[in-house]
Design a protein around this ligand. Sequence first.
Ligand code: MLT
Length: 411
Amino acid sequence: MVQVNDHYLKLKAGYLFPEIARRVKAFSAAEPEAALIRLGIGDVTEPLPAACVAAMTDAVAAMGRQDGFHGYGPEQGYGWLREAIARHDFQARGCDISADEIFVSDGSKCDSSNILDILGPDNRIAVTDPVYPVYVDSNVMAGRTGEADDGGRYGGLTYLPLTAANGFEAPLPPSPVDLIYLCFPNNPTGAVASRQQLQQWVDYARAHGALILFDAAYEAFIQDPELPRSIYEIEGARSCAIELRSFSKTAGFTGTRCAFTVVPRGLCGRTAAGEEVELWGLWNRRQSTKFNGVSYIVQRGAEAVYSEDGQRQVRQLVAHYMENAAIIRRELAGAGLEVHGGEHAPYVWVKTPEGLDSWGFFDRLLQQAHVVCTPGSGFGAAGEGYVRLSAFNSRANVDEAMARVRALAKA
Ligand code: MLT
């Protein structure tokens, strides 16, 4: 009989979002009349920017013509998209990143997991707690951790607590690590990192020969122009950091699928024998072997994000969701709840009321307000006592959800 990957059996419960979906489905089956409002998973609701739709429509038409047809594209992405990304997202902000350091993909979630293919099994790994669950689960699946303890923490991982007490700033690890996952603006706490904080991390990584995997999927939501949007705005980052970016939240591409990973030339790891090897070459080899690229049509859509119209439309989308976040913050604070985040991120991190844990408050909001949130404990032990509300929804739904939560608070 075929042997399974035993490491999968170490995984705790279901992946968070399918588990929420299961509970919501059970509730809906029991109460089919309830009009649910979903502020759980961070999935966008607003239509694609018109510039992207027009570009993809043109690309579909081109694919139907002999002179516009495209078969396999470059595994790294088309040059015109990589050029546009390098120019607008990096060079315009003073980051020394070139087009050939950009690898276009179908998602940051996949990239954050696939990157393990090129990293050795014995790296000491640090993650924040709470954390985007994919970073942890993909290490568990790849056999890079021990078993989970009763609190759901896996042996071999260093957990860096993000708490109200430390202002949701990731503290440096107490003992040396080789691989550090950082996500800012943060999912789930909605916190943002200052230049000084990121400089501290880059300095740490360089001093310890560590690699930072910097997930900047939510950078477009940063409101303060002084805050860094890319790790490469930080001096020294080219030699210690890989950055993950996505069009999912920025341009509403969660169902369209396009993202990219930046691997700077000259960024090295070492072999078991101690020789230095460029990660760029390994990632290029990995992608060329295992990935066939993102569709031509979708890459044309992503390219349109950088047109003048695309930029304006994306700003409007971001403004829409950030106004939702402001409403959620204001209303929940008005209902007497302690709120964090939501100022430079589309997530609001809410302390549960006295006497309720994360799943308890999740159930209360689901059953009594018909509002779906995400229990903080699903993001890690330090997320216990919080829930996350996503600002990705229509204004009408956010207003209605907040009216229901206010009514519940008064009841
Ligand atoms: C979330 O809700 O945390 C995100 O939607 C997850 C993701 O982007 O994969």
